[in-house]
Design a binder for this molecule. Structure first.
Ligand code: ZN
Ligand code: ZN
Length: 346
């Protein structure tokens, strides 16, 4: 039996580089030789035990791009040798939600190495990975594997900023939290023609990176009154605010920044903490709340288009690249402050 190298998570804080059997594609499946796989915060949290809904052993990694190594029966849209992007989760295409175009609500979904549905399959911190055909998207030749492996976070940002919160050209946009997914939100907002684009983060490093991605202004709430600073830059207040941070304080800050008609998106927080809204004020503000999680096939396809057409280049957010043999060093970098996207080359 053919073997491959994989980073196997045996328990929290216990990743081992192991030789494991190369999986074989069944009907409707493809085997992909992984070229690049981004480390998502979700992976890091599972490995470190910050996220506890993990069954061992598991190979994490759900931001992959690679080359098709073999296809099973009934796979027609890609063939051996094709360069592909793998969506992080699979959907059935047949259930109520899939038929509404809401594949991220799929009742029969699986996820590779990540968080969400009960059906969790091995991910891509390995030389090869197996996936269902509907998770496979052809990779344009002019998009690098390192860029392509960020299709999922970029697609998530497109879905939140453009599809749900309907940002349009000229909008003044505030992105709260620009260290992780917020970087992709910034790039999408810039590409879509944001007017003033304000990055808000407590990390000076994150704010420096935000400037290189097109932020016109930066605000550090650890140093200044963030609301006053934002309203000094844009006295009429934001057209769109995206909370891409996570902590409840970021959501509260977003609420404090609302003016009449602001579209605001609860995008980064995933924990169950509370924030308050004034009923009458909410009524008269007509501020429109959205929330957004995950991606859809539409968002993934749009994200690929943005990269192919040169509007967004996610390579700009990569700070570190490691071969799979240095996976442990990559994890150390993930735990440090001065990093952006970390990519593994299996
Ligand atoms: Zn992810
Ligand atoms: Zn479904």
């Amino acid at each position: 039996m053919k073997k491959m190298l994989a980073a196997v998570l045996l328990d929290f804080n216990k990743v081992e580089l192991q030789e494991v059997p190369v999986p074989q594609p069944g009907a409707g499946q493809a085997l992909v030789r992984i070229k690049s796989c981004g480390i998502c915060q979700t992976d890091y949290k599972a490995i470190k035990g910050i996220r506890r809904n993990v069954k061992f052993p598991i190979i994490t990694g759900h931001e992959p791009a690679g080359v098709v190594a073999a296809v099973g029966p009934n796979v027609k849209h890609v063939k051996e040798g094709d360069e592909v992007i793998i969506g992080p989760s699979g959907f059935c295409g047949l259930c109520y939600y899939c038929r509404l175009g809401l594949a991220h609500y799929c009742e029969n979904a699986y996820i590779t190495g990540g968080d969400g549905p009960d059906d969790v399959r091995n991910g891509s911190f390995a030389e090869y990975t197996l996936c269902e055909r509907n998770a496979l998207f052809p990779k344009p030749a002019n998009v690098s594997f390192d860029a392509a492996c960020q299709t999922e976070p970029l697609g998530g940002a497109w879905k939140g900023v453009i599809h749900y919160s309907q940002m349009t050209i000229g909008d003044d946009v505030v992105v709260v939290g620009t260290g992780g997914i917020g970087m992709y939100c910034l790039m999408v907002a810039k590409a879509a023609g944001a007017g003033r684009l304000i990055a808000v983060d407590v990390s000076e490093h994150a704010l420096e990176v935000a400037k290189t991605l097109g932020a016109t202004h930066t605000v550090n709430p650890a140093k200044v009154d963030a609301k006053a600073a934002v309203y000094q830059i844009i006295p009429r207040g934001p057209d769109v605010i995206i909370e891409a941070a996570g902590p409840i304080d970021a959501v509260k800050l977003m609420v404090s920044l609302l003016r009449r008609g602001t579209r605001w998106n609860v995008f980064g927080i995933t924990t169950h903490e509370k924030f308050e809204m004034d009923g009458g004020l909410t009524h008269f503000l007509e501020a429109r709340m959205d929330a957004s999680f995950g991606t859809t096939p539409l968002a993934i396809q749009k994200s690929i288009m943005l990269m192919e057409r040169g509007l967004v280049n996610p390579e700009r957010v990569i700070s570190h690249r490691f071969p799979l043999t240095q996976f442990h060093q990559a994890l150390e970098v993930m735990g440090s402050r001065d990093r952006n996207k970390v990519v593994i080359h299996p």
